[in-house]
Design a protein around this ligand. Sequence first.
Ligand SMILES: [Zn+2]
Length: 380
Amino acid sequence: MSLVLLPERFLRRGEDAARRLPALAVDEDAAGDIRNIAEGAFAPLKGFLSGTDYRRVVDHMRLDSGAPWTIPISLDVPESRRRELARRSKILLESATGVPLAVLEVEDIYKVRPARDIPAVYGTGDLRHPGAAKESRRSLYRIGGAVTAFAGGGARAGRADLTVNDARRRIFKSGWRTVVGFQTRNAPHRAHEYLQRTALELHDSLFIHPLVGWKKADDLTPRAVIESYETLIRRFYPQERVLFGVLRTAMRYAGPREAVFHALIRKNYGCTHFIIGRDHAGVGGFYGRYAAHELSRSFSGLGIEILRMSGPHYCRRCGQIVTERTCPHGAGAALEVSGTQVRGMLNRGRRPPEKYMRKEIADVLLRLSRTGQAFCGERR
Ligand SMILES: [Zn+2]
């Protein structure tokens, strides 16, 4: 693979002048997306979607240019400020605590239609869906335009942070011809490991890239996900063939559309392949088990090869991790452990069954659970 770096959008000069622009405070999700746009993780986006792009993405899963894009990346503007900001050509985006993050070149301010747009993106308007519920609380007005970020604003200092171009340099230096991207929001259990080892059998390398932005309260904290993966990689994986880093963006739980979005992001990080498993980015039975496989298959021009894999589980009769493609025993013989059960066990200080999760991983989660640092809802 040749070393191709993606263009970055960082402010090189004129910071003082930028700080005198009218400011719009943005939330943590938008701050993460500013970094993702600036680093190229959301390429070909150069900023927050304009009204035209927003409409095309919601209705047709493509940008106005025709490029595939399935999740609208848009920036809220309070109704009280829309007239004032619409007259500006540039505004400053800052964090809730007043840290300058980026300059936005105002393209337009537009109104969204949640009653139509939420079901289009999430497949449901049901407010028991965490992504739909969160979307329904946003402003009806959005501001579109290119962003250029302050290099230091909201800098990524965590040891698991890896920029798009750093990932591309690592891939190039390692000489890997194929790199399989793996999305997760969870700590690794045996089924994940099965998918990851299958990828390592067939390809040069594996990029484990957990999503650590906003998640629902009963999902694991970034720290729990990062520390458990570091343990798995250090103790059980061929480290010279595994790349690890985190993706700082919100979980949308948008199922099939989010699966394609996740694939496009990993293409930007330099992956040649991406795993879409059972109910990818799904939640609470809102999507068909393999709806994400079907949607990804219907796309042309994704630019990354999708590995559509069945959901693995432990089969009591086979005595190992299997999928419905390798085992004839069906659901009756499966050891099913739900996320809720795992959480209950950890809260009671018990390890989940080792056939489900390695004890070394369970111990990381138990340690964090004792101080309330394992799950998002109890984050301190
Ligand atoms: Zn079996």
